[in-house]
Every structure is written in structure tokens, then in C-alpha cells.
Design a protein around this ligand. Structure first.
Ligand SMILES: NC(=O)C1=CN([C@@H]2O[C@H](COP(=O)(O)OP(=O)(O)OC[C@H]3O[C@@H](n4cnc5c(N)ncnc54)[C@H](OP(=O)(O)O)[C@@H]3O)[C@@H](O)[C@H]2O)C=CC1
Ligand SMILES: O=C(O)[C@H](O)COP(=O)(O)O
Length: 483
């Protein structure tokens, strides 16, 4: 499959409904994490081009917002069909560019088409409301409030590398269905996949100017986009430090942030260990742990710790490690810098006397799945998100201690609890500070119509199809005063 990479294609930016070379004359090289070579170039768009794209977006948005919901939906449904029709080509781009297994890349594209279709259905079935004035003490009967949802204007969608198609579309589709225009800034490593996805939207006939794709380094055009007066809402998924930076830069603009996590798997002494082991393995190691919702630490009751660790060791040693083309579970990380970072967390833990159960082997940016036992609170890996295949195990004496350590983290995206006692599960779930708590299952975002949110440093606002439509629109109240 590697030989199918179009050698050094220079991809164009999609500005104002046209595929264009940037006036900057500059292009950014995209490196494949596992082929370890440049696979193409994308445009470095200029601030002037951003200005023009935002201006055109405002113009196009007015007409778009005037279309019927079902007409808007028809463009999106055509987009979903195009994605499905081109799933192999898009999945290959994802695999080459971000090193995701081929089958998972196909799944991402198909999941995205399903997400778009559900978004259309959801928008078609969202209703406004009317209120009677006399519902409030002393309120007049002849006053009727009509509450409708209106678009916000131009939405800036910024996506991360790890789901370059799905996490972009989960912003673009609700933004469009809610009647907005979109400026889409993909992760640089993820831009080619983003371009392929927008080619499908272009083929679906989206009106010109309604969406522009501005490729370029976040460090170069990011702040300019975020601070731009023409942006009316920002939906961002990415790292916590970038998210924190964005929240300082964007003033008085609705902002939804989905950021990092340090999701714990709390394993109680009555857990079904078969369920716990398979969920933890899948949660921690799929796509080498490069998921915001990956299980990033295990807090296990000491009574079952030895058995859990032995079973995890056996499972880790069976994991497939290698190439995304072979659908290996553990694949090279997005770049060498990320691999250096993961290695530094392993080195720190081992220097502080963690027990190496498996792994700690590396070839370039391929880090073998690594299991560390007897991790203590003094070790960085107990707190820092690795975004890589390293799993620390912290042994605890009680549910209370597990909850306390879970909550000491700055993050609060998701948590898993493994127990066979449903009352105990709910008691722990109630105390854990996280957007979502999974009982006897791995931490994960889907199904995509569930609300998805992080608390503390893991985010602000809520995604998930319904909530994204809500966050990308506002209420308008019209009051009818009858005679
Ligand atoms: N909670 C969630 O739903 C998810 C969270 N994440 C988190 O994302 C991180 C990994 O993704 P990664 O792509 O490396 O995250 P980054 O934060 O590095 O990048 C995310 C996006 O922000 C852009 N960006 C960078 N700087 C700026 C800026 N100053 N202004 C505007 N945009 C900017 C990036 O562009 P460029 O690539 O050009 O730098 C990219 O498009 C992990 O921490 C992970 O937990 C990931 C997926 C889901
Ligand atoms: O980017 C991420 O990591 C996702 O939001 C997690 O999605 P998943 O739980 O479906 O892998």
C-alpha cells in the first residue's frame, strides 16, 4: 500500500470555493510517520487569504442561512455519499499521513458519513418552543414568546491530527446544518486527509465561499484566525496547552474546547477481570494510545493487582506491533518528538523504581507497548498524558484512594470503573470528576450522538451531535403581544 502514495503531490488550499495555490508561494512538507519520508506538500496560506476567506464566508452564509433545512441537509447527505464512495482513497490518505491502521482509517471515514447523516436528521428534528406569558406569576396571558435557533455566523473549526476526518467533520457538519459558514483549519499533520474530505464536500456541490480550508502551521496562522474579528464561534479539539492558549486569545466568542485527558481505569476488587483486561487493553493501546480518550492509567485494588498485572502482561505481549498497513495495534507515533516524549516518561518512571512489566523497547518513533507497575505519585507518568503506548499501574487500597488519585489529575475527560456491583459502580462514578464515566467498558467518545465533554483541563462546552448543533447556534426570542 505504501507504493500507492502519490509522490510529492502539492495539494491546493480550498479558498472561496476554488482549489488554489497560496499567494505565499510557500508549501509545508507532510511526513508520513511510518514511511518516514515526505508524502506531499500543502499550502501555507497567508493572513490576507484568511481575510478574504472570512469575508466571503460572511457573504455566503447569509444565503445559506436562508435555505430550507432540508435543502442544507441535501448537500450534507451528498457529502456523506461522496465520502463513502471514496472511502478507500480517503482512508489511504489517513493511513499514510497519520499512520492509523488501514481498517481503522476506513472505519473513521464510514463513521464520519454516519455522523453527517445523523447530524442532518437531528437538525431536521430539532424544534423551537413557545412560552406563555402567564406561566410566570403576574405574567400577561396575551404575551407569547417564540424561541427559535439562529446560526452564529462564521465558525472556525480547528481539528487535531489523530482523527483528521472524523473530528473535523464533527465540527463542520453541525456548523453547516445550523446555518453557519466555516473556516476549517486542519492539523498540519492531517491536512491531506482534510483536503480529501473537503474534495468530497466540493463534489457534493457546496455553495462557493461557504467553507474555506486554510492549511498552515497553527503557530503561524493559528492566533490570527482565533483573534479575527470575522470569526463568530470557535470549535477546537487538540492539546490542553493549545486550548488554554486559545481561550486567552479569543475574547467574547463562544468557544468549545475538547482537550487532553488522563483517563483512569479503576479496577475494584470484585471486578470481572476478563472484562477489565480486554477493555483496558483496547482502551490503552489501540492506535498506540494516540486517542484523547485512551485509558492512560490503571488504579487497581491491591487485592486483585497481581492477577490483573499478570493478565495484562500476557495480553501486552500478544499485541501486534508494526505497520498501519498490516493493521497492527501499535504503530509508529506521529513524529520523533512524540516518541522522545513518551520515552522520557518511561525513563523517569524507571529511574524512580517503577517495575517494568513489558516493553521499553523502541525503534525510531515506534515505541513498543510498555506496562509499568508500582507507579507512584512521584512519577511523571502518573499525571502526564503520554499520547503513546505506555500504561502505568498504580496500586490502591480502597475505592476512596482510587477516587482521590483519579481526581488529583488536572484532567477530567472520562474514567472507567470495573466492578460487578452496580451500586458500588454508581457510588464511585458519582465521585469521579470526569465528563463521562464508563461502567465495565473502555473510555471512548462514541456513539457519536452521546454528549462528549471534558471537565477541568479536559475541556469546555459539550460536543456530540445534538450538543454541537446547540453550541453552534443561538436562541432568538420573538415576543408576540396580542391585543
Ligand atoms: N478531547 C478530545 O476530543 C481530543 C483531544 N485531543 C488532544 O489533542 C492532543 C493531540 O493532538 P494535536 O493535534 O497534537 O494537538 P495540538 O494542540 O498540537 O493541535 C491541535 C490543532 O490546533 C492547531 N494549533 C496549534 N497552535 C495553534 C494556535 N496558536 N492557534 C490556533 N490553532 C493552533 C494545530 O495546528 P498545527 O497542526 O498546524 O500545529 C492543530 O490544528 C492531545 O493532547 C489530545 O489529548 C485529541 C483528540 C481529541
Ligand atoms: O480524538 C480522540 O481521541 C477522540 O475524540 C476519541 O475518540 P474515540 O474514543 O472514538 O477513539
Amino acid at each position: 500500500m505504501g507504493s500507492n502514495v502519490s509522490e510529492l503531490t502539492t495539494y491546493l488550499a480550498y479558498l472561496n470555493g476554488e482549489w488554489q495555490q497560496s499567494e505565499s508561494g510557500e508549501k509545508i512538507a507532510i511526513q508520513s510517520p511510518y514511511l518516514r519520508r515526505t508524502i506531499g506538500y500543502v499550502q501555507a496560506v497567508t493572513q490576507n487569504e484568511v481575510d478574504q476567506a472570512i469575508k466571503n464566508a460572511h457573504q455566503a452564509q447569509k444565503e445559506w442561512a436562508g435555505l430550507s433545512l432540508s435543502k442544507r441537509g441535501s448537500y450534507l447527505l451528498a457529502w456523506a455519499d461522496e465520502l463513502v464512495n471514496n472511502q478507500e482513497e480517503i482512508a489511504l490518505a489517513v493511513m499514510h499521513e497519520v499512520g492509523k491502521g488501514y481498517k481503522d482509517s476506513v472505519k473513521e471515514v464510514v463513521r464520519t458519513a454516519d455522523l453527517i447523516r445523523y447530524t442532518v436528521e437531528e437538525a431536521l428534528h430539532m424544534h423551537g418552543e413557545s412560552l406563555r406569558g402567564d406561566g410566570f406569576p403576574g405574567g400577561p396571558q396575551k404575551k407569547i414568546g417564540i424561541v427559535e435557533r439562529m446560526p452564529l455566523g462564521v465558525v472556525l473549526a480547528i481539528s487535531p491530527f489523530n482523527y483528521p476526518v472524523n473530528l473535523a467533520a464533527s465540527k463542520i457538519a453541525p456548523a453547516l446544518m445550523a446555518g453557519n459558514a466555516v473556516i476549517f483549519k486542519p492539523a498540519t499533520q492531517g491536512s491531506i486527509s482534510g483536503i480529501k474530505m473537503i474534495e468530497a464536500l466540493d463534489k457534493a456541490g457546496l455553495p462557493k465561499g461557504l467553507l474555506s480550508l486554510t492549511t498552515g502551521r497553527g503557530s503561524v496562522i493559528g492566533d490570527y484566525l482565533v483573534e479575527h474579528k470575522g470569526i463568530d464561534m470557535i470549535s477546537f479539539t487538540g492539546g490542553s496547552s493549545t486550548g488554554r492558549h486559545l481561550s486567552k486569545q479569543s475574547a467574547m466568542i463562544p468557544l468549545v474546547l475538547e482537550l487532553g485527558g488522563k483517563d483512569p481505569a479503576i479496577v475494584c476488587d470484585d471486578a470481572d477481570l476478563d472484562v477489565a483486561v480486554s477493555s483496558i487493553m483496547n482502551g490503552a493501546f489501540s492506535y498506540s494510545g494516540q486517542r484523547c480518550t485512551a485509558i492512560k492509567r490503571v488504579l487497581v485494588n491491591e487485592k486483585v493487582a497481581d492477577e490483573l498485572v499478570a493478565r495484562l502482561k500476557e495480553a501486552v505481549e500478544k499485541l501486534s506491533v508494526g505497520s498501519p498497513e498490516e493493521d497492527s495495534t501499535v504503530v509508529p507515533l506521529i513524529d520523533d518528538k512524540s516518541a522522545d516524549f513518551v520515552q522520557s516518561l518511561i525513563d523517569d518512571a524507571l529511574a524512580k523504581q517503577a517495575t517494568l512489566v513489558a516493553g521499553n523497547k523502541r525503534k525510531d518513533n515506534l515505541i513498543y507497548p510498555t506496562l509499568l507497575d508500582h507507579v507512584t505519585e512521584e512519577m511523571d507518568v502518573a499525571w502526564i498524558e503520554p499520547f503513546g503506548p505506555v500504561l502505568p499501574i498504580i496500586r490502591v487500597k480502597s475505592d476512596e484512594e482510587a477516587i482521590a488519585i483519579a481526581n488529583k489529575s488536572e484532567f477530567g475527560l472520562q474514567a472507567s470503573i470495573f466492578t460487578q456491583d452496580v451500586d458500588r459502580a454508581f457510588a464511585v462514578a458519582k465521585e469521579v470528576e470526569a465528563g463521562t464515566v464508563q461502567i465495565n467498558g473502555r473510555t471512548e467518545r462514541g456513539p457519536d450522538h452521546f454528549p462528549f465533554l471534558g471537565v477541568k483541563a479536559s475541556g469546555m462546552g459539550v460536543q456530540g451531535i445534538h450538543n454541537s448543533l446547540v453550541s453552534m447556534s443561538r436562541q432568538r426570542v420573538t415576543v408576540l403581544n396580542l391585543k
